[in-house]
Ligand binder design. Structure first.
Ligand SMILES: Cc1cc2nc3c(=O)[nH]c(=O)nc-3n(C[C@H](O)[C@H](O)[C@H](O)COP(=O)(O)O)c2cc1C
Ligand code: SF4
Ligand code: SF4
Length: 353
């Protein structure tokens, strides 16, 4: 018998994976066979079209107000439909303040992928964001276990209610509630896609605590970590999903705030300014010429990108020198004890299954 429900998920730290499991749990209660598929473990370029009459679901975290590129490209390449039903979900950066659950922001996440699937002939029956705990520990310490537990229990209920309605044949487009804020924030998602994510990918490094166990390398969902100079090296494939940093058994992965601010921003801005001052001596760029202005900003972006690539190489090279390593270490806020990692406990997860 064909499986009537196929749920494809991408997950860095487990939130989206758990939503996929809760959804398929509701399907099991209704005796609907469901398959949950981690897109990191399959050949994403060769997917069979969904069987006629089956339902497809996509569940992914939100990265920079959009789906992460791994999920976005997967949906872009996904086979066309025979009118299959589809639902889309994104997990976001949920928080809790006193007894209130605070939502994250989706931006383009559901809309862009939704439009692509509509154009491929799918019928959208569900759009829902789930506000699980934020895993973005480059920016804030991981939430306390108690708070994580409370948000998880709340989100499980929300997911099951949504799944129940979808599987009962209803159409649930809850995401429309957020459409205005999503549109307003969308320019940021474009900036994140073209620039922000590359800077983030280059903010990780392994400290002296690393015992070269290679767990981060083997567990990376997009195989983005290489070994260079006998230490982990983050390539541009990195989706900044935070799995490596949150799960390193030696807590040896840090976000290099000192490097990002000191070298990447200041050094980069300096080089770009210096370049334009040099150009200004020979060429006058007409202020009213749109083409000339576009060429100027494109050149600026290309230059920024080149400096970014070169500076991470230099940074990685400098990590060989003990005193410089210490300098980067003490300017990484994530190094300090109070900066918790985000790792929902197995006990809590299995209690909720
Ligand atoms: C690089 C990065 C960017 C993020 N961007 C957003 C965002 O734009 N909006 C949001 O609500 N949450 C954002 N988050 C939070 C995650 O989407 C959220 O914690 C999600 O539940 C993680 O799911 P996972 O455990 O399946 O990876 C971001 C997290 C990371 C690591
Ligand atoms: S998981 Fe941690 S200790 Fe193991 S190789 Fe990666 S950085 Fe080093
Ligand atoms: S390198 Fe780390 S943060 Fe980047 S995609 Fe791999 S596991 Fe995620």
């Amino acid at each position: 018998m064909e499986t009537p429900l196929h749920i494809y998920f991408f997950s860095g730290t487990g939130n989206a994976r758990n939503v996929a499991r809760w959804f398929s749990g509701v399907a099991a209660e209704r005796n609907i066979p469901a398959e949950t598929i981690d897109i990191a473990s399959i050949d994403r370029k060769n997917i069979d079209p969904p069987p006629r009459g089956s339902m497809v679901g996509f569940i992914s975290p939100t990265h920079g107000f959009n789906y992460p590129p791994a999920m976005m490209y997967f949906i872009f390449r996904f086979p066309r439909s025979h009118g299959n039903k589809v639902f889309l979900m994104n997990t976001r950066a949920g928080m809790k303040l006193s007894k209130w659950f605070l939502p994250g922001l989706s931006g383009l996440a559901l809309w862009l992928s939704g439009i692509v699937l509509l154009l491929k002939g799918y019928k959208i029956v569900g759009l829902r964001s789930i506000d699980l705990p934020s895993n973005w520990i480059s920016f804030h310490p991981g939430l306390k276990e108690q708070v994580v537990e409370s948000i998880y229990a709340h989100c499980k209920g929300v997911t099951e209610k949504f799944a129940g309605k979808i599987l009962d044949g209803k159409r649930v487009l809850t995401a429309f509630r957020d459409i205005i804020q999503d549109i307003l924030i969308s320019p940021v998602s474009v900036g994140y896609f073209f620039v922000g994510r590359f800077i983030l990918a280059k903010s990780f490094y392994a400290t002296d605590a690393c015992d070269k166990c290679d767990l981060c390398i083997n567990n990376c969902p997009v195989k983005a970590i290489l070994t260079v100079d006998n230490r982990p090296f983050w390539s541009y494939r990195c989706e900044s999903c935070m799995r490596c940093m949150n799960n390193c058994p030696k807590r040896a992965i840090e976000t290099a705030h000192g490097y990002i601010i000191g070298i990447m921003c200041l050094f980069n801005m300096g080089i770009v300014l210096w370049f334009w001052q040099g150009v200004g001596r020979f060429i006058t760029i007409p202020p009213n010429n749109g083409w000339a202005q576009t060429a100027v900003s494109l050149t600026g972006w290309v230059l920024t990108f080149i400096v970014m690539v070169v500076s991470y190489r230099i940074f990685h090279y400098l990590l060989r020198i003990p005193v410089i390593r210490q300098l980067f270490y003490y300017t990484s806020i994530t190094k300090y004890k109070f900066w918790r990692r985000y790792r929902p406990s197995r006990k809590m997860i299995s209690k909720l299954q």
